[in-house]
Design a protein around this ligand. Structure first.
Ligand code: SAM
Length: 253
């Protein structure tokens, strides 16, 4: 059964247009995911289809009204009996990372709520939202891009979504490490040659080189990640070699 995502947004066209490309469009076509947008504007009853109003207490910016969102949320939930968490994309939420995406991908689906303006009425969050997720400590204009990032990251982990399921397993973070460097033709570009081992056809040597680069990159760029995993004796040996070579080259540790 398709992984089902409902997305509450004032800009469904923005979301649907993005989904017409690449991996997402194929995943939708092959019914690996199902994505439906719900516009709170369609759940208003006044002539102007009002979805926002001034902030109580004054100050700049508008606030998304609770009622149209609540009704849109009920419509999204009525359409599917599976229990799915309601996630509000918000800069104040839990930071999205690989573990969070992995656990989301293991479920049946998500209901995502994209805010606009100054955000949404707090009472709606308290009553109807299960979790708030942030894409980082910065603020963008709306929750659509953050929601699409979640949709795309989750989709990559679903069986059959990528041409080759292995490729998600090799991505950064999936084994707790950063990905190794990649090269493609030509073998010499701007005077720089591709590492010789990659042209050797020796699969074992290539795998060892890639693991060493992966470990070394993680050590030099994201040492915090190494604290979360237990390295095998072989991996420790490769990392020691990488560190020794880096020191020989005078690279800072
Ligand atoms: C301009 S922002 C509102 C920011 C809000 N006034 C605050 O400071 O917390 C409008 C909407 O963009 C989305 N948004 C902005 N930054 C985000 C982030 N870092 N992660 C997830 N969503 C974000 C949220 O849905 C938010 O309701």
């Amino acid at each position: 059964m398709a992984y089902r995502i409902d997305l509450l947004t004032l800009f469904p066209d923005l979301v649907n247009n993005y989904c017409q490309f690449g991996v997402l469009s194929r995943a939708l076509r092959e019914q690996i995911i199902m994505l439906q947008c719900w516009n709170p504007r369609d759940f208003t009853s006044d002539r102007h289809a009002t979805v926002d109003d001034a902030s109580y207490g004054g100050g700049p910016g508008m606030v998304m009204k609770a009622e149209p969102l609540d009704m849109a949320l009920r419509a999204a939930q009525d359409g599917c009996s599976d229990a799915r968490p309601v996630i509000y994309l918000s800069p104040q939420g839990r930071r999205v990372d690989h573990d969070l995406i992995e656990s989301a991908a293991a479920g049946k689906g998500l209901i995502l709520l994209a805010g606009r303006y100054e955000g949404i009425d707090e009472r709606l969050i308290e009553k109807r939202v299960d979790e708030e997720w942030s894409i980082g400590d910065f603020v963008v204009n709306g929750g659509e891009l953050p929601a699409l990032m979640v949709v795309e990251a989750v989709t990559r982990l679903l069986p059959g979504a990528l041409g080759d399921d292995e490729s998600a397993l090799q991505d950064s973070f999936s084994a707790g490490l950063l990905d190794y460097p990649h090269y493609t033709r030509p073998a010499i570009y701007d005077g720089e040659a591709v590492p010789k081992v990659l042209l050797s056809g020796d699969h074992q040597a290539i795998a060892a080189w890639r693991m060493k680069q992966s470990l070394g990159r993680t050590w030099s760029r994201r040492p915090d990640l190494l604290g979360n995993i237990e390295l095998s004796p072989d991996q420790l040996k490769l990392l020691d070699e990488f560190i020794a070579e880096a020191h020989q080259l005078g690279e800072p540790s």
